[in-house]
Design a protein around this ligand. Structure first.
Ligand code: NAP
Length: 292
């Protein structure tokens, strides 16, 4: 923990008093250097998804006022930790933020931006294949953040969803609307053939084995290429901030149309322990660090 001067809001920015910041595998990856474009030299602040209140407003920032509740995504792929969300105050571009509806608490809100947008954008890649309505889709890691949103959005999109649950999480995966729950220990090749695989974990070859010839596989990290002879379309989903979509996803969570889970909240000062828990796996939802 380091004491830094409070940031100031520049043009187009607000300073957010952070109440909650989600812990993601990407934060852990930042500390081990396993991220696109290579390791970031310390010091940097991890943290993509923040929820809090506007503490001050910079020049030319018309849409937020002091005291507004906000949630948003720091595009860490651009900021590389300057700023990051593990902080009491963050100077954020207004365009990273959307209003946080009443009734959605800070911790739950902080679990939404990165994972729900990744799910939404990954499904957009699937839709490029123009699959017929009702096509089947296997979603791996549907107990987790990205996979949970992907399964729910795929059901909304009219797919027949086979969702892989972690051990003991079958009921949750059923509750979020999966048409079929696939056990963590199931042979995925035997689950298919499905028209599409959203490999949220990603598992790679074993998950891709479930897709039919000329089907679609979307992964959330680079995985080995699928045998070209099968004609499978293979896509790597990499997050980009889409504020309009984010606002819609946040309002769907607030309205109860999309569900999310907080496994535990921990004080920001326990971030290192939170990272160890994420690395250990087996969580039922996201760990969220709270401030103040
Ligand atoms: N490309 C992008 O834009 C982007 C954006 C966000 C996230 N990601 C990546 O997407 C992945 C998922 O992120 P997340 O936030 O959803 O993580 P998460 O919340 O930890 O969920 C991952 C889920 O997958 C399960 N899982 C882990 N290993 C598995 C395996 N071998 N077989 C089956 N299930 C397994 C986990 O269960 P247990 O914990 O019980 O093992 C957990 O339920 C991460 O690799 C992350 O880095 C990429």
């Amino acid at each position: 923990m380091t004491e830094l001067p409070d940031p100031e809001a520049g043009p187009g920015q607000v300073v957010v008093r952070v109440c909650a910041v989600c812990v993601h595998p990407a934060d852990v990856a930042a500390t081990t250097g396993e991220i696109p474009r290579g390791p970031v030299p310390p010091p940097f602040s991890p943290g993509w998804d923040i929820a809090g209140e506007v503490a001050s407003v910079g020049p030319d920032t018309a849409e937020f006022r002091v005291g507004d509740r906000v949630v948003g995504m720091i595009p860490w792929y651009l900021t590389r930790g300057a700023p990051g969300g593990y902080a009491e105050f963050v100077a954020a571009e207004a365009e990273w933020l959307v209003p946080l509806p009443d009734g959605l608490d800070f911790a739950s809100a902080a679990t939404v931006p990165l994972n729900a947008q990744t799910a939404h954008q990954g499904l957009s890649l699937v839709s490029l294949a123009m699959l017929p309505a009702g096509s089947s889709m296997l979603v791996t890691g549907a107990s987790g953040g990205v996979g949970g949103f992907a399964a729910q959005l795929a059901v909304q999109g009219g797919y027949r969803v086979l969702a892989q649950a972690s051990h003991g999480d079958e009921q949750w995966v059923q509750e979020i609307g999966a048409h079929e729950v696939v056990s963590r220990s199931a042979d995925l090749a035997a689950v298919g053939p499905v028209a599409a695989v959203f490999d949220a974990v990603p598992i790679g070859e074993e998950a891709a084995a479930a897709v039919e010839d000329r089907g679609v596989v979307v992964t959330t990290r680079p995985t080995p290429a699928i045998v070209p002879a099968r004609g499978v379309r293979q896509e790597l989903q990499l997050i980009r901030l889409d504020r309009k979509v984010l606002a819609d996803l946040v309002s769907q969570v607030a309205a109860g149309r999309l569900r999310t889970r907080v496994a535990a909240t921990m004080p920001l000062t326990e971030a290192a322990d939170a990272h160890r828990q994420v690395l250990a796996g087996g969580l039922r939802g996201k760990i969220v660090l709270t401030v103040g």
